[in-house]
Design a protein around this ligand. Structure first.
Ligand SMILES: [Zn+2]
Length: 492
């Protein structure tokens, strides 16, 4: 035991020395990260849906931080890089099912069901008709509505695309997304649309809130919600087994097997739609110190938005992606106050609208704060605080950048897994498509609460979060100091 005490003192001294040697990494702490996560998850921010006052408040929070750190504003209006996006504010939403047994049961918003992000408004109170996958593509040999009268009815459709191909072998395109399915339902006279996860999926899927809706015009007169298979099963006399059987019949025949169910539904939604609501990315710039390298830049980004609120229920999006936004703020602080004078310019971006389809990242790529020819790399931080390990995406196409981060992890926390993927992914994707090397930081397993109201700060792992952001910082320093010179992006 006596020998242990000096060893502990040595270890402690070693840790202190490491921090002294790298004050930037030491400035990234669990307390600091979690304070930002909690602030961004506050109920008043309403789940950070772009175009809402809650998202504006989140933008102000980040812009104020950039200002306090002395960054240069990189927007076209101060910190804000303005763009417009579709916005649907869901003021109220209720769903009651009358089961096959005749018993009415109101479902719980946020756990049994959620409105689709781009639901229309209205009240549908009618018998329910099962319409398979809800696809109406007669010209392509598949029409779940063929020979069916759904006028005034509520239609129930399986949410994902079929695992099998249509007869013409051309894939389903985006016909399986909620908006085309809503359009098909409305065109056939339906009064409401219910979407349910594939009921034979081995892992029962929760009802998630999502604003990814597909292209086309807003279907504003049709209320649309998603419910769990367990809830939808009450509409069948034989429960979940019967519902699963209905879907299995469609899958086996690769043909419609639509039919009216004994249950009914009452879906009531009040939503306010805006086709072009103003919102913005938040951009801060730390200019490079080296006269030769300062025209080159590194982009560090994470999305600030989440899926918003519905009535009184807020989806806080702690892991997705308050954790990544907090990471970007912590990285800005580590650079600005950590004593490293970056030779290259570092651009910090909080993106709008990732959840809706990468709107903010696509906008940035079309309007970069620094020219793309001289953008050396992009680091993306998305869902970085749930689980027990670190996953680095992009290794399949940018092996040097990936290897750099893996090497730094091996020398420090040793939390990264060897698993990776090619290409960009999420907000890194538009950069990848432009040929910019990207590295996507995510924690793993990260998605247990994805797009559920349970994605709260309490479910995060602050130690993992801290080590992941420190790894991102060490990687960023190597790039910013010119020790990574770029590589051909193989995926382009
Ligand atoms: Zn995300």
């Amino acid at each position: 035991m006596r020998a242990l005490a000096p060893l502990l003192i040595l270890l402690a001294a070693g840790a202190a020395a490491a921090h002294e040697a790298d004050p930037g990494a030491a400035s990234i702490t669990p307390e600091g990260l979690m304070a930002d996560v909690r602030a961004l998850c506050a109920p008043e921010l309403g789940g950070r849906l772009p175009g809402t006052t809650g998202y504006d408040e989140a933008m102000r929070y980040c812009g104020d931080r950039f200002a306090a750190l002395g960054l240069e504003s990189g927007g076209d209006d101060g910190w804000s890089q303005r763009l417009t996006m579709e916005l649907n504010e869901i003021r109220a939403c209720e769903l009651t099912l009358v089961g096959a047994d005749g018993v009415a049961e109101p479902l719980v918003l946020g756990s049994d069901f959620a409105c689709r992000g781009f639901t229309g408004s209205g009240v549908a109170d009618a018998p329910v008709v099962f319409v398979g996958y809800g696809l109406s593509l007669p010209q392509r040999g598949h029409d779940d509505y063929a020979g069916l009268d759904v006028r005034g009815k509520v239609v129930l459709a399986i949410k994902p695309a079929p695992k099998w191909e249509p007869a013409d072998g051309q894939g389903w395109g985006d016909a399986h997304l909620p908006r085309p399915k809503a359009r098909a339902a409305l065109d056939h006279g339906a009064a409401g649309l219910l979407l349910v996860p594939h009921p034979t999926a081995t892992k029962p899927q929760p009802a998630i809130a999502s604003v990814l809706h597909g292209s086309g015009e807003h279907v504003g007169s049709l209320p649309q919600a998603e419910l769990t298979a367990a809830a939808a099963a009450r509409l069948c006399a034989g429960g979940l087994a019967e519902l699963a059987g209905l879907v299995a019949a469609v899958d086996a025949a690769k043909a419609p097997a639509s039919r009216e169910l004994p249950g009914r539904a009452r879906l009531a939604v009040d939503a306010v739609y805006d086709s072009a609501a103003p919102t913005a990315n938040v951009v801060g710039i730390l200019p490079g110190a080296d006269p030769e390298l300062r025209d080159e830049c590194l982009v560090i980004g994470g999305h600030l938005d989440h899926v918003g609120r519905q009535g009184d229920v807020v989806w806080p999006g702690a892991n997705d992606n308050a954790s990544g936004a907090a990471a970007v703020l912590a990285l800005a602080r580590a650079f600005a106050e950590g004593g490293v004078m970056p030779r290259r310019t570092v651009v910090f971006v909080l993106f709008a609208g990732e959840e809706q389809g990468l709107n903010g990242a696509r906008w940035y790529v079309e309007h970069p704060a620094r020219p793309f020819e001289r953008t050396i790399a992009m680091l993306n931080l998305d869902c970085v605080a749930h689980g027990d390990s670190i996953q680095l995406g992009g290794g399949g196409t940018q092996p040097l950048l990936w290897g750099l981060a893996r090497g730094l992890d091996a020398a420090h926390a040793r939390l990264s897994t060897a698993r990776t993927w090619p290409g960009g992914g999420a907000d890194a994707e538009p950069f990848h498509e432009q040929g910019i090397p990207t590295l996507y930081f995510a924690s793993t397993p990260s998605y247990a609460h994805l797009h559920q109201a349970t994605d709260t700060p309490e479910t995060l792992n602050p130690i993992l979060h801290t080590e992941l952001v420190r790894l991102a910082y060490r990687t960023a320093v190597e790039i910013a100091q010119g020790r990574y010179i770029g590589e051909v992006n193989e995926g382009r």
